[in-house]
Design a protein around this ligand. Sequence first.
Ligand code: SF4
Length: 378
Amino acid sequence: MPLQAPLPSEYTERSDAELRDRISVAKEKLGRRVCILGHHYQQDEVIEFADYTGDSLKLSQRAAEQRDAEYIVFCGVHFMAESADILTAPEQQVVLPDLSAGCSMADMAHIDQLEGVWPLLVEQVGAPLTPITYVNSSAAVKAFVGRHGGACCTSSNAKLVLEWALQGATPGRPGTGRKVLFVPDQHLGRNTAYALGWPLEQMAVFDPHQYNGGLSAERCARTQIFLWKGHCSVHQLFKVEQIETLRRQPEPWRIIVHPECTWEVCQQADEVGSTEYIIRTVTAAPPGTCWAVGTELHLVNRLAQQNRDKRVRSLAGMQCLCSTMYRIDLKHLCWALENLAAGRVVNRIAVDAETRHWARVALDRMLALVPAQPVSAR
Ligand code: SF4
């Protein structure tokens, strides 16, 4: 992960109120030349300045539509800024206000690991193998997937993409059709495949730290879906015991969780869906209903504020927040915008042309399966 140099004291020693004023001035000075994107998991004080909020892919698509915007300031994490750079025009420059805002899940699948394990796995599986990567991965991993005939997916469209990748394969009938290596989130891969009817026995966790993923040749032969051993450090904090505790309470809690949660948690939940699905479902629910939500805390708190006619709480009793995204704060946003307003581009995220091309291929294969959805504008 790139290192962020410490900010000057003119940012670190200022009050939030002063930083807010300075951000407003810089934003006004830049006008339509800047577009600020705020991911759903971002803290409220940053979201306040976002032109658009949404999930990573939709924000990148919206950024690409803002042809006047020379600068895209992505208040998210590193892989999201890379995706924005891939999807926007070459003259649009993408800025990540804090370079240390990475994603622990994306970091669990390094391109060197993937390139290292791929040839042997292809040899062992005994069938055509398609790589699928969750968009929560580096541009280099996306490019690898594009080069090898695969596609990206999001938590909203993972079912469609996985079905496409498993052409000719039938659940419960080993040895038919194509096989899949799903990177980097084992939980999204497992939950999606299971929802499509694939039994757990036809899936295997592929541990990139072990020879051939820790799998024997025989296990490879009878596995249809290889699940890269990666996870989200936030969503793995949700546990079955938390659901059981809520089920014992007098209120009729509805449990809704993100598919990055474990299979066991998803099986016990009432509903499983992407961030956008969670927002839509809770917002459309009747007044008086009670919702325990298994996803990032800033989003849950915002949902609770926007749905005061319902009870909305985090499924966990602890602070399940994305600590890396939290690194983007008023200080870093102010620093990035004031530099842009002064004509200096700081923390530019630029993907090289070759990587950009193949990553775009993987993204376009996904987009061909799923038309783009609108994002919420503020
Ligand atoms: S919530 Fe999890 S998957 Fe999303 S950016 Fe944070 S660490 Fe990565």
